[in-house]
Design a binder for this molecule. Structure first.
Ligand SMILES: *Cc1c(COP(=O)(O)O)cnc(C)c1O
Length: 304
């Protein structure tokens, strides 16, 4: 579309204050006070006591459980690891990947530790395949009845977006690579101290530090749904559930790293400042890196 012009990438971000739930806002006001004016202060969240992070999260979780009770009529358990998955119901987002092997999921819940799942997302009215993926989630929920509670939130909107991205314990994203452009809901979760378990696509290629800010699905496997599902289950049963129930303080540290490393970076303030220094500034052309850390950036040509 723009021959002769340099094309490169500036990573997306979310508006930090808008997407932080009240208990986390209060926590940041107390410990890293100027964070609302300058989101970079979130870096210093690394010094907040883990117990305080966990307490603030638990408050956000209780607010979500109350909303689910009053608006969806479902009572979930405050102590149980809650997995969240919510976004537009588009086929490439693959909400059904978690349900590839219902028996294995049941085994995990029985043998390793209980879990409960919250889904949300609307399909475009003319997107029949998107609607089918929702049907698939309902069928899986029925198959898991009595073992793993699955709630589907109707009319997922911005308000539910904030409630879910701050209230769950783990944010799941399973897009079909390389179709995820960004995945901003994972950024919202990070701001609220909710780590991601995600396919390495979109923002997670940059945001994932394995075992520090969350976990990658299928990092060393080919992009194949069976291998990816198996990697997902493996992370749940041998890494995430044992840590959540057995070493809650370690899980709390991951939550805190999510805030400091990812909340402090994947926000609109950083994004806009990068537009200024890397796109709008007169002398930036031709100075784009081709590789930043693990991320390759398409090389740009000099402008015509
Ligand atoms: C954040 C958000 C999205 C986008 O989520 P992605 O992870 O980028 O797909 C969609 N809908 C609502 C209501 C949101 O809050």
């Amino acid at each position: 579309m723009f021959p002769g012009y340099p094309i490169s990438a500036i990573t997306n971000g979310v508006h930090a204050v808008s997407w932080t739930a009240p208990p986390l806002r209060n926590l940041f006001d107390q410990h890293v006070a100027p964070w609302r004016r300058d989101n970079r202060y979130l870096r210093y969240a690394i010094g907040i006591p883990v117990d305080d992070v966990r307490r603030a999260h638990q408050e956000a979780k209780r607010a979500m459980l109350a909303a689910l009770k009053s608006r969806a009529g479902v009572q979930l358990d405050e102590k149980v690891l809650t997995v969240g998955f919510a976004r537009r119901a588009a086929v490439y987002k693959r909400p059904e990947l978690l349900f590839s092997d219902i028996e294995r999921l049941k085994w995990i819940a029985r043998q390793v530790g209980p879990l409960q799942i919250v889904y949300g997302g609307r399909a475009h009215p003319r997107d029949q395949e998107g609607k089918d993926t929702i049907q698939h989630v309902f069928a899986a929920a029925a198959a898991l009845k009595g073992i793993i509670p699955v709630v589907y939130v109707e009319n997922y909107d911005l308000q539910w977006g904030q409630i879910l991205t701050s209230g769950v314990d783990l944010w799941l994203n399973t897009p079909k690579p390389p179709e995820e452009a960004s995945g901003t809901s994972g950024m919202k979760a990070a701001l609220n101290g909710v780590p991601s378990l995600s396919v390495l696509d979109g923002w997670w290629i940059e945001g994932c530090i394995e075992g520090v800010t969350g976990w990658a699905i299928g990092a060393d496997a080919p992009s194949d749904p069976r291998a990816e599902a198996s990697s997902l289950y493996g992370k749940l049963d041998s890494v995430i559930l044992p840590m959540f129930y057995g070493r809650p303080n370690d899980y709390g540290k991951i939550m805190r790293f999510s805030i400091a490393l990812n909340g402090g970076f994947f926000n609109t303030q950083r994004m806009l400042s990068q537009y200024i220094s890397n796109a709008y500034s007169a002398d930036c052309w031709g100075h784009w890196p081709t590789r930043v850390g693990n991320v390759s950036v398409p090389a740009g040509d000099k402008p015509a």
